[in-house]
Design a protein around this ligand. Structure first.
Ligand SMILES: *Cc1c(COP(=O)(O)O)cnc(C)c1O
Length: 376
């Protein structure tokens, strides 16, 4: 069997191990410590936000952001439909109802026009909208300027799911820094990883302090254990934060490497009939976390993304269909959804190609040759 080519595998830099060793030697083996503080500072600096709270996962960050936005049971929360389920699940954790919004074609993210239609209709039905969750899918910035303007008009907080978009920018401003809150993930497949972990970004220092408080069991200031509200165990460990600090030393290189993968695939494949790419509009800088292609069977002589996926799998190459929209997921059947068909079409035609920053040129060439051998 050929060596496996992964979709997006961890890429350690080398200094992580020394930082972890430092955590051991100083005996900060706990969900707090100097690496947690340092990592938070580095994330805030890098994204141009005032504060960051390091947490156990991106999902935990989304959950806390909903609580801190004041979302109440029975509220509705508007969420991008074309995304990973972790964007939507925390809405249910707080007893609110997700309302799904389809994507526009330019960035594949939340359609601002549909967003405003939905807000007007939900409000007319007497619903309270607790928050809006746009996502920067595959690293491509969503139309945040338009989304923020609408959110401001209706005074609804925005929780920006930037789990896939560390290093992405819109008109020079970092993804994760537009909303009232920004969410990052350091899961094993993300552009930098701590094995698992996440962060909550924000400019309101009181709210980010409150996030740290809720994430450490909501313990009141008292010598004994005293609690006035429900807490969570969502803090990041000092060991995990040490890995994150090592990864942050190479974040710009990781972005450059992923963007280079995109350039390579684009150069090799964009001329093939029926194959197209997620192009970046002017001013949109994607970290190209994953390179994705669309395969249009009508133009590709009947070739489908599934044929390509299976051909790659046979060569021990991992690829994956694009996210299946939330409004098509059995678990969210019968939830309100504002749909224009874009997410469904992307799911039907789209494939994520191997995109790790640790892929060699030979790996990329292998992927390309398998795809080319299947096209007309
Ligand atoms: C990875 C991811 C998350 C969740 O992050 P975890 O750290 O795995 O909990 C949320 N949203 C999107 C879009 C993601 O890709």
């Amino acid at each position: 069997m050929n060596k496996k080519i992964w979709l997006s595998s961890p890429h350690m830099e080398g200094s992580e191990l020394e930082l972890v060793k430092d955590a051991f030697e100083s005996n900060w083996i706990a969900p707090l410590g100097p690496h947690v503080d340092g990592f938070e500072q580095e994330l805030a600096n890098y994204t141009g936000t005032r504060h960051a709270a390091a947490l156990s996962a991106g999902t935990a960050a989304l959950h806390l952001a909903l609580i801190l936005s004041g979302v109440q049971p029975g509220d509705e929360v508007i969420c991008q439909s074309f995304t990973f389920s972790a964007s939507a699940n925390p809405i249910v954790y707080v007893g609110a109802t997700p309302v799904f919004i389809d994507s526009e074609r330019d960035t594949w993210n939340m359609d601002p026009t549909l967003l405003e239609t939905a807000i007007k209709e939900r409000l007319a039905k007497g619903k309270k909208i607790g928050a809006i969750i746009p996502v920067h899918l595959y690293g491509m910035p969503a139309k945040m300027e338009e989304i923020m303007a609408i959110a401001k008009k209706y005074e609804i907080p925005v929780i920006e799911d930037a789990a896939e978009a560390l290093g992405s920018k819109l008109h020079g401003k970092a993804c994760g820094s537009f909303g009232n809150f920004g969410v990052l993930s350091f899961n094993g497949n993300k552009i930098i990883t701590t094995s698992g972990g996440g962060a909550l970004l924000g400019n309101d220092g009181e709210l980010i302090s409150k996030a740290r408080f809720l994430a450490s069991q909501a313990r009141d200031a008292a010598p004994h254990y005293q609690h006035s509200q429900i807490g969570y165990n969502y803090r990041m460990s000092n060991i995990v934060a040490a890995i994150g600090r090592g990864q942050m030393t190479v974040i710009d290189a990781r972005v450059a490497e992923r963007r280079k993968n995109f350039e390579y695939y684009y150069k090799e494949l964009s001329g093939l009939p029926g194959i197209s790419f997620q192009e970046a509009p002017e001013g949109y800088f994607s970290n190209r976390w994953l390179t994705t292609i669309l395969v249009d069977p009508a133009e590709a002589g009947g070739l489908t993304r599934e044929t390509i996926r299976l051909a790659l799998e046979k060569e021990n190459i991992e690829s994956r269909p694009l996210w299946k929209p939330m409004h098509l997921q059995p678990v969210f059947a019968n939830h309100p959804a504002y749909v224009n068909g874009v997410g469904e079409e992307l799911f039907d035609k789209g494939l994520c190609l191997p995109s790790g920053s640790n892929l060699s040129e030979a790996d990329l060439a292998k992927v390309v040759s398998v795809i080319k051998s299947n096209t007309a």
